[in-house]
Write a protein that binds this ligand. Structure first.
Ligand SMILES: Nc1nc2c(ncn2[C@@H]2O[C@H](COP(=O)(O)OP(=O)(O)OP(=O)(O)O)[C@@H](O)[C@H]2O)c(=O)[nH]1
Ligand SMILES: [Zn+2]
Length: 196
């Protein structure tokens, strides 16, 4: 079991009570028609957007295909939605994931599935980036992994510092991508090249 696997499932009733308290605290009337079902909706919403807390991403990486291919595999522009752990506000972004296989490849859809599990948790972008790189490196027994994540954090775009166009870019490289500058440059130009 992964170290961050929670001990219990989502307690919907506890969230409902907490949301009702928040409504009262901000000066709203939780009994008025428009709000009466809100605690329940918010509870179900949190259960949905944090479902990754109760899932193990490794289940998507158990079926590997033997394939003699030792060049880079790159999956680009994988859209995801996560929630920042500081404000619990949405983080919307794209992940680009490359790996160099070591005799085994994974089904293409599995990388986005793994991202969804890790993203549907209260996250920091740096941790999401590194967790993904380490997990793929380990479970695929890859020769190298590179992860680049570009995201917009609502806590920065809609409140606080209010910078609507700011994006945050993080990267993590492992194995051959770390050791060989040419390999790292190749993946970065494949990811960013077309945009410049
Ligand atoms: N490094 C990093 N920072 C993040 C991430 N998500 C949110 N943040 C930042 O976390 C910080 C939390 O700062 P605090 O000073 O504790 O919170 P705050 O008073 O609400 O800060 P402001 O957003 O500046 O109003 C803010 O600067 C956020 O922009 C993330 O994934 N990585
Ligand atoms: Zn935040």
């Amino acid at each position: 079991m992964a170290a961050n696997t929670p001990r219990h499932e989502v307690d919907l009733d506890r969230i409902r009570r907490a949301v009702r308290e928040i409504l009262l605290a901000v000066g709203e009337d939780p009994e008025r028609e428009g709000l009466v079902e809100t605690p329940d909706r918010v509870a179900r919403m949190y259960a949905e957007v944090f479902q990754g807390l109760h899932q193990d991403p490794r289940v998507h990486l158990t079926k590997l295909f033997t394939q003699k291919y030792d060049e880079m595999v790159l999956v680009k522009d994988i859209r995801f939605v996560s929630f920042c752990e500081h404000h619990l506000l949405p983080v919307v972004g794209q992940a680009h994931v490359a790996y160099i296989p070591n005799g085994k490849v994974v089904g293409l859809s599995k990388i986005p599935r793994v991202i969804d599990v890790l993203a549907k948790r209260p996250q920091m972008q740096e941790r999401l980036t590194e967790e993904l790189a380490d997990l793929l490196m380990r479970e695929l027994d890859a020769r190298g992994v590179a992860v680049v994540i570009e995201a917009s954090h609502s806590c920065m775009t809609i409140r606080g510092v209010n910078k609507p166009n700011a994006t945050f870019v993080t990267s993590a490289v492992r194995g051959a991508f770390k050791e060989r500058m040419a390999t790292r440059s190749e993946v970065m130009s494949l990811i960013f090249g077309a945009k410049n």
